[in-house]
Each structure stands twice: as C-alpha cells, then as structure tokens.
Write a protein that binds this ligand. Structure first.
Ligand SMILES: [Zn+2]
Ligand SMILES: [Zn+2]
Length: 272
C-alpha cells in the first residue's frame, strides 16, 4: 500500500483553488494511494506577523473531516497540518497545534528567525559560503525544534538545496554532516520521524529531500521512523513519485512508513 503523507489543499496560502479536500482524496484513490494526509500550511510566524493570507484552520479541518467520511471505504485520510517555525512563537504554535484533533503533524522550517523563507531569497546573487552559513543556522533551528511537543515528522531537511539547484548551482552537503548527525540523534531521541519529500523528484531536480546518502546516514544512526510525501498542492500531483521514494527508502534499509491517526501510531509496510 502506498502512502502520501504531505499534501496541501486550497486552504494553504499557496494551494491551488481547485485543490479541495474532496478533490485531493479522490485523486489519491485514483492514484492507488491507501493512506493520505492533508497537511495545510500553518506558518506560525506567517500567521502571527501577518505575512501570509489568513489560514482558516477550522474550515481546513472541517473540509478534511468531510472528505475523510466521504472516502472512508476507500482511503485512510489523516487530518493534519504542516506546522512551520513553531519556536518563533511557541505559545501561539501550541494553540494552533491544539486547536483541532489533528491526526498527523508535520514539523517544518522554511525560514530562519528574522530571515525570509528560503523560497524568497536571491540565491543567484549569494556566495556558496554565505549560503552555507544560512543553512547551518537552519539546521541549528531544526535541532532545537524537534523537541516541540506533538510533532510527528520533520519535513524536507534539505529544503535550501532545492533553491540552490534552482539557481543552477551544485551544493555540497558534506560540511553540514556534523549537524545532520546531531539532528538525526535528536529525531531518534524524540521519536520524531524523518520525511522523504519527493516533490523534487517529480519536479525534475533529480534528488529527493533528503537524498540517498543522508537517508543512509539516518539509518546508520538507528533511525527507523520515516514518512513520505509528494507535497502536492493540487489534485493532479497527489501520489507523484511516491513509488520512487518508496523504492529509495527500501534500498536504504527501511521497510515501513510510520503514520498517526487519532493519537495512535501505525505502520504501513513499504511495497514497490
Ligand atoms: Zn514545507
Ligand atoms: Zn508542504
């Protein structure tokens, strides 16, 4: 059975208008996905500081609940959020985390405190040395954030590499391995999973986030908990490259995906 545990609906600030929860669930069934998580962006700093369009948590959750019920006989649908930068405003983050009975909570870091989202940086004008420093700060923030209560998996740990690649430049991850080791140690200690985000595969970058070498490093640290997601923001992308990601995980020594529903952990064996 295939799982797609990272997707967005139109309730996300960057979701497509036709990405209703119902359309995403239907697309998952059509793509042969057995477990789907709807994980709309909950950018804590973005909401508190008014940087992004308002995220209507109640509407997102209600729509996910209706889709879950409509497809109950064909799909396990997890109602989730992608909680971004919780440590920038921890009290508000906790309130957002607790606002609904979310099945599945993704922890993600799209920016460092006081620095815009990597997506918005002019990487084409930056030196590699400068970018390495920013990435070090992001990894330090990830290490600190892993202990935030109630998060299940850490998304796209090599997020900045995507934007470096977009500027047409090769990024050397080797200098960051000492921090990755500390990060993977923290994940194992806290029981938080590592996500393989395959959006960079279906968008043609040629690597998953993280890549094979980092997945093997996590495995060598005793890492067992992994999740997988397409990061689709539209129904036509649900399930994209999930089987490629599953194959990659198998080759790196993982045999199951972890997921959570109604407060309970469950595992789905990785099949190709
Ligand atoms: Zn994200
Ligand atoms: Zn996302």
């Amino acid at each position: 059975m295939l799982c797609d545990l990272h997707t967005h609906t139109h309730h996300s600030f960057d979701g497509f208008p036709h990405a209703t929860a119902h359309a995403m669930a239907k697309a998952a069934v059509d793509a042969g996905i057995g477990v789907l998580a709807l994980t709309d962006h909950c950018e804590v700093n973005g909401q508190v500081q008014g940087l992004y369009a308002h995220f209507d948590q109640a509407a997102s959750f209600a729509e996910a609940t209706a889709a879950r019920d409509a497809f109950a006989d064909r799909l396990t649908l997890l109602r989730g959020i992608e909680l971004g930068q919780p440590l920038e405003h921890p009290e508000e983050a906790l309130a957002m985390r607790e606002a609904h009975d979310y099945d599945f909570v993704i922890l993600s870091l799209h920016n460092i405190p006081d620095v815009p989202d990597f997506y918005l940086l002019r990487t084409d004008r930056m030196s590699e040395q400068h970018y390495h420093k920013l990435y070090d700060r992001l990894l330090d923030e990830m290490i600190r954030s892993v202990s935030f209560p109630g998060v299940h998996t850490l998304a796209h740990v090599t997020y900045p590499v995507r934007y470096w690649a977009e500027a047409g430049k090769q990024f050397d991850l080797a200098p960051h391995y000492p921090r990755f080791m500390r990060l993977f140690e923290a994940l194992c200690k806290q029981g938080v999973a590592l996500e393989v985000n395959v959006s960079t595969l279906w968008k043609g970058y040629g690597f998953a986030m993280p890549d094979r070498e980092l997945l093997q490093l996590y495995r060598s640290f005793g890492g067992e908990l992994v999740t997988i997601g397409s990061d689709a923001h539209a129904p036509e992308n649900v399930g994209n490259c999930i089987s490629d990601g599953a194959r990659l995980l198998r080759e790196c020594g993982f045999d199951k995906i972890v997921a959570y529903k109604e407060g309970k952990q469950f595992f789905v064996p990785i099949t190709e």
